[in-house]
Design a protein around this ligand. Structure first.
Ligand code: F6R
Length: 364
């Protein structure tokens, strides 16, 4: 049932504050602002973490890598499952592995899991479908509690995966002594605040994004740039746009711009810059200047501080509230999802059932 939404994707985008709140309640205590203990993987006892997944779930994992390394000082090896399973990488039982999958049935992700299991690693599954094969074959199941996701393009599963990975990285940091109690409380408070902020953002940006989507639908190529955790988000933005609007889109780490993609910049390829006012902001702005200097059109997705700090002319600037760094990926995911959605709606594509795609990829 789509309720009063045109598509399941739209419904699922708007469900995010509610389902994330539900997911979080499983991982953090709303009264003490602390993480709750999750059975299955002793993060204090492992030397490193391997993460494997496909598509959007992989991009959630890539964001998780930044968090586990920063908060838990836990080295993370991550790869798309179709590469991971064949790499013959050296693994040992003092490592743990996390597999992220909405469906819990993705063939390559499952094969990577079995490979790690055979090598003696502790296996954790970040899944939506709790009865899935990936969940059943894991030592620890970390449910994302997003509810059924019908739209083929993943939205709420992505942000719920992020919320769970963020909470797990804080839990791992506590277990490993790299996050203090005060830091834990501050981080968990930010996570708990997030659904309310997401609600506000969904309502605030909607009209502007619909207008922008009309403009964007006229282009054939789009580039997304971001640094730090905004880099996986740039990849996710490009993936979402190409999947449902069929516009060619690429995501790049902003610092890679001058190593290749800058050759493509002209007035026919809008550049979507994702840049909250974080410790990477100045660097990303200098990349944005390089785009502007070559006649590139910029769609700037930033926060209030970032908007005040940049003087560059843009095709559009989407201004989000200033938020704590740990929740920025989930909050910034919203305009990215909405932009892809409304662009596809303008182009008249089958948003919930994009051509050639399947919701669950059980063949290799
Ligand atoms: C993108 C998308 C796909 C899936 C990928 C993994 O919008 O939905 O990239 O994320 O096929 O699927 P799961 O998470 O079921 O393993």
């Amino acid at each position: 049932d789509k309720g009063n939404h045109r598509h399941f994707m739209e419904k699922e985008i708007h469900e995010q504050p509610e389902v994330i709140s539900h997911a979080l309640s499983h991982y953090v205590d709303f009264t003490t602002n602390k993480v709750t203990t999750q059975p299955g993987i002793d993060f204090a006892a492992v030397r490193s973490l391997a993460i494997s997944a496909c598509g959007t779930a992989y991009l959630a994992g890539l964001t998780g890598k930044y968090w586990f390394e920063r908060y838990a000082r836990l080295p993370v090896e991550i790869d798309v499952a179709s590469e991971f399973r064949y790499r013959e990488m050296p693994l040992s039982p003092d490592q743990a592995a996390l597999f992220i999958s909405q469906s819990g049935e993705t063939a390559d992700t499952l094969a990577s899991l079995r490979y790690c299991k055979a090598e003696g690693l502790k296996i954790g599954a970040v899944v939506n479908v709790k009865e899935s094969t990936i969940a059943r074959e894991s030592d620890a199941v970390f449910p994302i509690l997003a509810g059924p996701e019908i739209g083929v393009a993943s939205t709420k599963a992505f942000t719920c995966q992020l919320a769970v990975l963020a909470a797990l990285s804080v839990a791992a940091g506590r277990a490993r002594g790299t996050v203090s109690e005060a830091e834990e409380i501050a981080l968990v408070k930010s996570l708990i605040e997030m659904p309310r902020i997401m609600n506000r953002v969904l309502n605030a940006v909607q009209p502007q994004i619909e207008n922008l989507a009309r403009d964007l639908s006229r282009y054939k190529d789009v580039l997304y740039l971001g640094r730090g955790t905004s880099y996986p988000l740039a990849l996710e933005g490009a993936l979402k746009l190409k999947e449902i609007s069929y516009i060619h889109a690429e995501g790049y780490a902003a610092g890679e711009l001058k190593h290749g993609p800058i050759a493509l910049i002209d007035e026919n390829m809008p550049v979507i810059v994702i840049a909250p006012h974080d410790r990477f902001f100045e660097k990303t702005i200098s990349n944005m200047q390089e785009v502007a200097a070559r006649g590139g059109k910029i769609i700037f997705i930033t926060d209030e501080k970032g908007a005040a700090a940049s003087k560059l002319a843009t095709m559009a600037t989407i201004v989000l509230p200033n938020v704590d760094e740990i929740i920025a990926p989930m909050v910034f995911a919203l305009p990215i999802q909405l932009l892809a959605y409304h662009t596809a709606v303008f182009m008249g594509t089958d948003v919930d059932q994009p051509r050639n795609l399947a919701k669950s990829v059980t063949v290799e």
